[in-house]
Design a protein around this ligand. Structure first.
Ligand code: FES
Length: 193
């Protein structure tokens, strides 16, 4: 069952200031919103959700979605409908690095299934689960547009292509050593969202 929108209770929490964008993130949100005419702020929802997901631990809690609704001056259910539709938004806590292994035809023909099994065994998790150290969540995804370099996986804004077991070992070791949360907005989102 998907996340529930708790309406008034969590909205109050947002208004009390428990969930507030940092100054930097708010500046980005304002810049995104400024692209749309007065009263059409809903059009900014998807890029603003990306900022929120990066800002609040890699996932969108009901409270965060309510906060985004309050910032955009739209209804919380409108935020939930969009956030729950797109697989790029996480509605439950995830690891600092979400691994999305493409499983569509080109990747599948080039060993994506074996890559998934390898990561499952290496991290002692199944698809949809998070490693016990809170570092990695494993997902599968449909075609990510990098079919010529199959098999591939996406971690936040980074594509990792022509995967082998050895490459996977190195990639995961590097992320673990770095320890940072990765998001779709990593590549200077101020200029790209
Ligand atoms: S099939 Fe995997 S990126 Fe297209």
């Amino acid at each position: 069952m998907g996340a529930q929108v708790h309406g008034a209770q969590s909205f109050d929490a947002a208004k009390r200031g428990k969930i507030v964008f940092s100054e930097d993130a708010m500046n980005t949100v304002k810049k995104i919103m400024s692209r749309y005419p007065e009263g059409r702020t809903k059009s900014a929802l998807i890029p603003v959700l990306h900022v929120a997901q990066a800002e609040f631990g890699g996932w969108l809690s009901p409270e965060v979605m309510d906060y985004v609704a309050s910032v955009l001056k739209i209804e919380p259910i409108e935020v939930f409908e969009v956030a729950s539709f797109y697989t790029m938004f996480n509605l439950k806590p995830v690891g600092k690095v979400v691994i999305e292994v493409c499983q569509t035809s080109s990747c599948w023909l080039n060993g994506a299934e074996d890559i998934v099994k390898y990561i499952e065994k290496k991290l002692h998790i199944k698809v949809g689960e998070t490693s016990s150290d809170g570092m990695f969540t494993l997902k599968v995804a449909e075609c990510l547009g990098s079919c010529g370099t199959a098999p591939m996986m996406q971690c936040g804004a980074s594509f990792h292509e022509n995967l082998t077991y050895e490459k996977v070992d190195k990639i995961l070791a590097d992320y673990k050593a770095d320890g940072r949360l990765r998001s779709y907005t990593d590549k200077d989102y101020k200029n790209t969202l």
